[in-house]
Structure formats: structure tokens, C-alpha cells
Design a protein around this ligand. Structure first.
Ligand SMILES: Cc1cc2nc3c(=O)[nH]c(=O)nc-3n(C[C@H](O)[C@H](O)[C@H](O)COP(=O)(O)O)c2cc1C
Length: 195
């Protein structure tokens, strides 16, 4: 199991990071990063994260989002890397990582769960589907994005300016990456086999 984990997280790289806020039963804001994260539909917009177990129990994020039927995916830039990394420490379920790290929160528009004020983008999500996978009970969670919040400077002609976003990605082990070279290619066309 450990070897498989190392192989998967070493080979599936670089991974984007969902910095997820959820609400605890007492109304505190739980915050944790999840790099098993991808886009999976655009009409309606949907994304997926996979939440694992700790000591046989689903992680707090999983408990909270299944109970509340909602969560927020915040996108961090390079300036937030250390805070994002620190938020992965195992805080007790009733302690807010956002509070402990001094991260300001802003009310969301559609869901009750707040978003991170300093994050350049956030997506308010309603739980669409969750699927228990494998013997360790990883939970694949699909959320429908109900509202996007994107800092003005990140958007040009309706598209995200990737350099401006300055995203961070997870590699295998405690390693992160930032953007390197960006290569732009024209749409692919069929190449006839050489005669
Ligand atoms: C960059 C990064 C990515 C992570 N990705 C995942 C992930 O995809 N799934 C997961 O279960 N844990 C992941 N973790 C570990 C969780 O963030 C960590 O277990 C956290 O304490 C869970 O918090 P919670 O119990 O408040 O939900 C990741 C940690 C880091 C630093």
C-alpha cells in the first residue's frame, strides 16, 4: 500500500491543489489542501477531490462536506504556499486551521462555508456525488461549482492569465513546483503517414 502511494503520487505530477474550506458541526472553518484534485465537467462545472482516511476515520474535510453537502475550493498562489502547507497539519476536528494560521475569511455568496480572503480564486461547491473507493476507504467527492470568485487581474478576455495566477503544484513527497516554461501549440491536425 505504501509503495503504491509513493508510485502514484510520484508519477501523477504536477498536481494542482484544492485548498478546501468546510464548516464543522460547531460552525468553525476547517481548512486543508487536497492534491488529488481535477476538473471533471463543464456543463455544469464540476470538480473532484479524493479525501483519505487517518487512523481509520475519514479526514475532517470529508466528514464536514458529506454532512453539509457543500464546500469551497480555494486556489492558492505562490505567496500562500507556506500557509497552505501548514494547514495540512493534523489539527483536532474542533480547531480551525484558518483561525490558527491567521487567515482572514470572507462570506461566500451561495453556500454557508466561507472562502479564504487572500486566495486569488475560489469556487463555491455543492456536493454532487461521493464514492467510497478501495480498502482504505478513500472518498472521491464530486462537487458542482455554483459560483466562481476570481481576482480581476487574473482574467483577460474571459480567460485566466496563468502567469498572473502563479499557481503552485504538488509533486511526490513534501515537494512543490511553480510554473516553468509555457509552451503554446496550434490545434492538432491529422498527419498523413509518410508514403
Ligand atoms: C499539498 C498537499 C496535498 C494533499 N493532498 C491530499 C489529498 O489529495 N487527499 C488527502 O486525503 N490528503 C491530502 N493531503 C493531506 C491532508 O491535507 C491532511 O491530512 C489534512 O490534515 C486533512 O485535514 P482535515 O482532517 O482537516 O480534513 C495533502 C497535504 C498536502 C500538504
Amino acid at each position: 500500500m505504501r509503495e503504491n502511494y509513493k508510485l502514484m503520487t510520484g508519477l501523477i505530477v504536477p498536481r494542482p491543489i484544492a485548498w478546501v474550506t468546510t464548516l464543522t458541526l460547531e460552525g468553525k472553518v476547517n481548512l486543508a489542501p487536497f492534491s488529488a484534485f481535477t476538473f471533471c465537467s463543464h456543463k455544469p462545472p464540476m470538480l473532484a477531490i479524493s479525501v483519505g482516511h487517518r487512523n481509520g476515520e475519514l479526514k475532517d474535510t470529508g466528514h464536514n462536506l458529506l454532512r453539509n453537502g457543500e464546500f469551497v475550493v480555494n486556489i492558492a498562489d505562490r505567496s500562500l504556499l507556506e500557509a497552505l502547507h501548514s494547514s495540512s497539519a493534523h489539527y483536532p476536528p474542533d480547531e480551525s486551521e484558518a483561525e490558527a494560521l491567521g487567515l482572514a475569511l470572507v462570506a461566500s455568496s451561495v453556500v454557508k462555508t466561507p472562502r479564504i480572503a487572500s486566495a486569488p480564486a475560489s469556487m463555491e461547491c455543492r456536493l454532487h456525488t461521493s464514492l467510497a473507493l478501495g480498502e482504505e476507504g478513500n472518498r472521491l467527492v464530486i462537487g458542482e461549482v455554483l459560483r466562481f470568485h476570481i481576482a480581476d487581474h487574473l482574467i483577460r478576455d474571459g480567460k485566466i492569465e496563468t502567469r498572473e495566477l502563479d499557481p503552485i503544484a504538488r509533486l511526490g513527497g513534501p515537494k512543490y513546483a511553480t510554473l516553468g516554461e509555457i509552451v503554446t501549440l496550434p490545434a492538432a491536425t491529422i498527419i498523413a503517414p509518410a508514403a
